[in-house]
Design a protein around this ligand. Structure first.
Ligand SMILES: [Zn+2]
Length: 269
């Protein structure tokens, strides 16, 4: 696994001096980041090229009846139940993972990738990236990408900012790391602990061709989300929709200018 071999871990934590209370963020050198970025395959390059400077993708172009289910904040205790529901339904999804969760649950992430799902970077400490220095932003992104690589052998090409909070610096750091910034157009608000019925209603009523649907597989009790997943899939299939990972969705149905934005989205998780 050549890419893995190019990533080495130093003992220096570039964010520690400015954020002493945080867990240590593993450091990855600029040379290692550049070496990993040079390993982009054709699909990776196609995906990265879909983004434009200073924007996030909120949804795909809407030309095909496909949507992407996305799950943030894992891997965690409820992730295996989400994976089981997706497997039973035969649906691929995309997981935006937190570095600390990957470090604690590398086997869960490996199982996620082995099941055919896509993985994206959701930072190391899940902080509002717009409150951090550029150096801290870079550390949050590259350390998480490195941890994903260690756990799975996959160089992720997707990034989602915690809380949907972005600014030009955050988007530039993602771009430098060869990551496509992806937010969403349908927020199930599952972090507010609604019932499964409410999560299903929100997802199914708001989804349209090309939608990227936000849910969470960690960061709180996700029993309602777990219960909602098979019902969302069944209801959207009944309306004629199929499911794709975020990468496959946007490659097969490229977003237009109206589907991208430099703005933050607002959510609490
Ligand atoms: Zn999150």
């Amino acid at each position: 696994m050549g890419v893995v071999a190019l990533i080495t871990r130093g003992g220096d934590d570039p964010a520690a001096s400015a954020s002493g209370a945080d867990p240590v963020i593993p450091a990855i050198s600029d040379a290692d980041i550049a070496a990993a970025a040079s390993q982009l395959g054709p699909r990776d390059q196609e995906l990265v090229n879909i983004g434009r400077t200073g924007v996030s993708i909120n949804r795909a172009g809407g030309s095909r009846p496909y949507v992407a289910l996305t799950f943030d904040d894992g891997p965690g205790a409820d992730t295996p139940a989400v994976l089981a529901a997706l497997k039973k339904a035969g649906v691929p999804a995309t997981f935006f993972v937190v570095g600390t969760g990957v470090k604690a649950n590398p086997g869960t992430l490996a199982a996620t990738v082995a099941a055919g799902h896509e993985v994206g970077v959701h930072t190391w400490n899940h902080r509002d990236m717009t409150t951090l220095s550029a150096k801290q932003q870079k550390a949050e992104i590259t350390a998480t990408a490195g941890e994903i690589l260690s756990a799975t052998g996959i160089a992720s090409r997707l990034f989602r900012a915690p809380y949907g909070s972005v600014d030009p610096s955050v988007l530039a750091q993602a771009e430098d790391a060869k990551l496509l910034s992806v937010l969403w157009d349908v927020d199930t608000l599952d972090w507010t602990q609604p019932t499964a019925d409410q999560i299903v209603e929100t997802a199914v009523s708001q989804a349209r061709p090309g939608s990227i649907i936000l849910m969470h597989d960690s960061g709180g009790d996700r029993a309602a989300t777990v219960a909602a997943v098979p019902r969302i899939i069944a209801a959207l299939r009944a309306k004629g929709y199929e499911f794709a990972t975020v990468g496959d969705l946007v490659i097969s149905d490229p977003p237009g200018a109206a589907d991208m934005s430099s703005e933050s989205r607002t959510t609490q998780q």
